[in-house]
Write a protein that binds this ligand. Structure first.
Ligand SMILES: Cc1cc2nc3c(=O)[nH]c(=O)nc-3n(C[C@H](O)[C@H](O)[C@H](O)COP(=O)(O)OP(=O)(O)OC[C@H]3O[C@@H](n4cnc5c(N)ncnc54)[C@H](O)[C@@H]3O)c2cc1C
Length: 479
């Protein structure tokens, strides 16, 4: 609990109703979409940059941790207040301030929901390219903090490639603009440092993003494969042929079964895996590209190829893919999802390893992922009510990440390191490399109050399982 005087100070900044400190209400902000949770001491609902700055100044004065929070869809525990303190919710800052159709840019507040931006831009013939599968809920601020990807990031690039500049509040409450409009970033590329910093270096209060013209033509194809390995070979073969589709997504048999039961999108449930391939551009090149894609898929055992004939059919195919994780709830109520990334050519090996690890731990695993990027998403399915299952789930997840790293991969392709992968950072970075990152953290956040306990390994923390749900033991409270 925060002292009553601090709660009063916060209320004076944002208004009485916009500070939550009752135990029941705080539970709503205990988690994101990962498996770990911890209660904040207070939630502050900020509506302006000035409020964000004033709240952070109060926190700095009293030495209270602050965790910026968007929609809470993060999958690595980034928004979990592991050291208590203030969850600084920015979803009331949801204005699309400007869409500049000539410059093809948008200036938005951090709480704007990803899909709302593309819907608003569509009336000008424009769209915002990074499209996480959670785009109906997640915020542009969360996307910038996580450097999020999405199905169409294979061709268009991830969030950092689309952020031109940001207004940010640093740990001392000071407000700054980083970068701007110019194609080349002048001076130190602070925007590059802050995008993907997972709330550990700043709170983002405005974002200027690039918009793209909606391509005149798009073709979307679903293809079945006998096994996940044959589908993986087809992915490498497409890229090796010099084709970079707009999207190249894979789902395995377990996922297809759940998706089809839910969406009835015509996914082939007898297949070992399916690929969803999309190409776009001017009509002639789209036709040419799709015919080349079909050829490569057929050479690699692809069958039952079905191209969407109408926008409604395309939407249904994508609804299946983007709703896949939710559909897995038909199999088990809980999932644990990692997003390690490997060189594309290693997909067959890493997917076999993932399958073997699932079998070893007797846990069902469903794979649905951005195959073109080599970005795995093994969903370990379980039921949290089974009290003995969590150590198994965590053990399986850790082994899967080990396999990724041993095959030359990285810990995360888009979900960030957050809480859940911080302990594994020494697998991929030397102590010197980690120290260089921590020096940047210390320079911008001297007292370590912005989203503490994330990204960097914390020797004082160990995983524990409390009464059937995961919690974390922190040896020292923050004050
Ligand atoms: C079903 C499902 C599918 C998903 N698919 C994808 C996908 O395809 N690609 C992908 O990349 N991710 C995906 N995600 C993960 C998640 O949606 C993204 O990481 C998203 O960017 C998080 O946004 P959010 O608003 O929910 O942020 P939150 O979960 O609230 O926060 C995430 C992190 O960002 C920080 N943060 C949030 N807002 C700010 C701010 N204004 N300033 C500074 N820091 C901030 C938080 O401190 C935290 O560390 C998926 C999640 C789900 C549940």
């Amino acid at each position: 609990m925060l002292p009553a005087s601090v709660i009063e100070e916060l209320r004076r900044i944002v208004g009485r109703e916009s500070v939550i400190d009752s135990a029941n209400d705080l539970h709503i902000f205990e988690r994101d979409a990962s498996i770990e949770g911890a209660l904040p001491d207070a939630v502050v609902l900020a509506a302006t940059t000035a409020q964000v700055s004033a709240v952070i100044k109060v926190a700095a004065k009293h030495h209270i941790p602050v965790v910026p929070r968007g929609a809470g869809t993060g999958l690595s525990g980034g928004a979990v207040t592991i050291r208590g303190g203030i969850a600084l919710q920015v979803t009331r800052m949801r204005r699309i301030i400007e869409i500049d159709t000539v410059a093809q840019t948008a200036l938005v507040e951090p709480g704007v929901v990803n899909q709302e931006l593309s819907l608003a831009a569509a009336s000008h013939g424009l769209f915002y390219a990074p499209d996480p599968s959670s785009q109906k809920a997640c915020t542009i601020g969360g996307n910038a903090a996580e450097n999020s990807g999405g199905p169409h990031c294979l061709y268009y690039g991830v969030t950092t490639n689309h952020v031109l500049g940001m207004e940010v509040v640093l740990a001392d409450g000071s407000v700054h603009w980083v970068s701007g409009d110019s194609p080349d970033r002048i001076g130190l590329d602070l925007c590059g440092v802050l995008v993907g910093s997972e709330g550990t270096l700043c709170a983002i209060t405005k974002i200027k993003v690039r918009l793209l013209r909606i391509p005149p033509s798009v073709a979307t194809l679903l293809a079945a494969f006998p096994t996940i390995e044959t589908a993986s070979h087809a992915v490498s073969a497409i890229i090796a042929r010099g084709i970079v589709p707009a999207a190249l997504e894979m789902m395995d048999r377990v996922t297809v079964g759940a998706v089809e039961a839910h969406y009835r999108a015509g996914y082939p449930t007898d297949a070992g895996a399916v690929l969803l391939v999309e190409v776009d551009g001017i009509a002639e090149s789209t036709r040419e590209l799709m015919s080349a894609v079909r050829e490569v898929l057929a050479e690699n055992e692809g069958y039952a190829m079905r191209e969407a004939q109408t926008p409604a059919e395309r939407d249904l195919l994508w609804a299946g893919r983007k709703g896949a994780i939710g559909a897995l709830g038909r199999i088990k109520p809980n999932y644990y999802l990692h997003d390690g990334v490997v060189p594309r050519s290693r997909l067959p090996q890493v997917l076999s390893a993932v399958g073997e690890i699932g079998e070893h731990y007797k846990l069902p695993v469903a794979n649905v992922f951005h195959a073109g990027d080599g970005n795995l998403h093994p969903n370990i399915l379980f039921d949290l009510r089974d009290r003995d299952v969590l150590p198994q789930v965590e053990g399986a997840g850790e082994e899967m990440l080990r396999a990724v790293v041993e095959l030359g991969g990285a810990l995360s392709g888009e979900h960030g390191i957050g809480l859940e992968k911080s302990a594994f950072m020494p697998w991929v970075f030397t102590p010197d490399d980690l120290d260089a990152m921590q020096r940047v953290k210390r320079a911008l956040d001297v007292d370590g109050l912005l989203n503490p306990g994330k990204i960097f390994p914390d020797p004082s923390r160990k995983h524990v399982h409390l009464a059937g749900r995961t919690g974390l033991a922190v040896e020292a409270k923050w004050w």
